[in-house]
Ligand binder design. Structure first.
Ligand code: MN
Length: 238
């Protein structure tokens, strides 16, 4: 277990008012099962510290969470924008760019996919219901592991290699989504309403994003663990 996988964290405030970080156990358990060594990353933004982390870590797992500040894709906030956490945005933005520059593997989940797309030069829907006609329910009111809507996996993509081409059902806990896909990326899965549910870089060794939450599904549906296995397998031991 020498492949160190950085797992980004969420801002968490205890009832006492003390602020710190949180990372769901489902992420770190999935990395351990895949043979990686997860390291939950602190909320730091110092450039030299982040560069040193990017040098030492073998892979980056960008986790789910609240909304990205739309300033990162050149927009002002619309009324439906949710909670924004500026320090997390800055930390993940910088670390994502450091990993892309080093051609080191990134697996990006939900918010992580949105951060990745913006960092690579794409844009987001700040709120699907407000900005896209005829969308399905993407913020399901069902248990985390429940697969609520279908996605169609695009043949010939890395995602199709991992999950197989065709239709699968996934869970859905997002009100934002990729709008303009970043240059150098291709869509690898869409929902029936056209919402982009997965994408990947064509120019990097392994940079893959999914809009659903496989970390909450793999315990009941083992196929979703393949996403973590393929990611960890792509990370080189050094
Ligand atoms: Mn969805």
């Amino acid at each position: 277990m020498h492949r160190l996988i950085g797992v980004t964290s969420s801002v968490s405030v205890l009832r006492s008012g003390v602020e710190g970080i949180f990372a769901g156990d489902d992420y770190t358990a999935a990395i351990v099962k895949a043979g990686g060594l997860p390291v939950v990353l602190p909320m730091i933004t110092e450039d030299d510290a982040l560069a040193a982390l990017a040098d030492r870590l073998h892979g980056l797992l960008l986790t789910g969470g609240v909304d990205l500040d739309p300033a990162y894709f050149g927009e002002q906030p619309i009324p439906q924008l949710g909670e924004v956490t500026p320090v997390r945005d800055e930390m993940e933005w910088k670390l994502t760019n450091l990993f892309l520059a080093r051609n080191k593997p990134i697996f990006a989940i939900c918010r992580g996919m949105q951060v990745l797309n913006a960092a690579a030069g794409g844009s987001l829907y700040q709120d699907l219901a407000a900005q896209k006609r005829g969308v399905l329910q993407h913020a399901q009111r069902a248990p985390r592991w429940h697969a609520s809507h279908e996605v169609t996996v695009v043949p010939g993509t890395k995602l199709a290699e991992i999950l197989g081409a065709g239709t699968i059902r996934v869970n859905s806990f997002h009100h934002q989504a990729v709008r303009r896909v970043a240059p150098g990326f291709v869509v690898s899965a869409t929902a029936l309403d056209g919402v982009i549910e997965a994408f990947e870089s064509t120019g990097h060794r392994y940079v893959v994003g999914v809009q659903w939450h496989p970390e909450n599904m793999w315990q009941r549906q083992p196929i979703f663990h393949k996403l973590f296995q393929a990611f960890v397998d792509s990370c080189e031991e050094t």
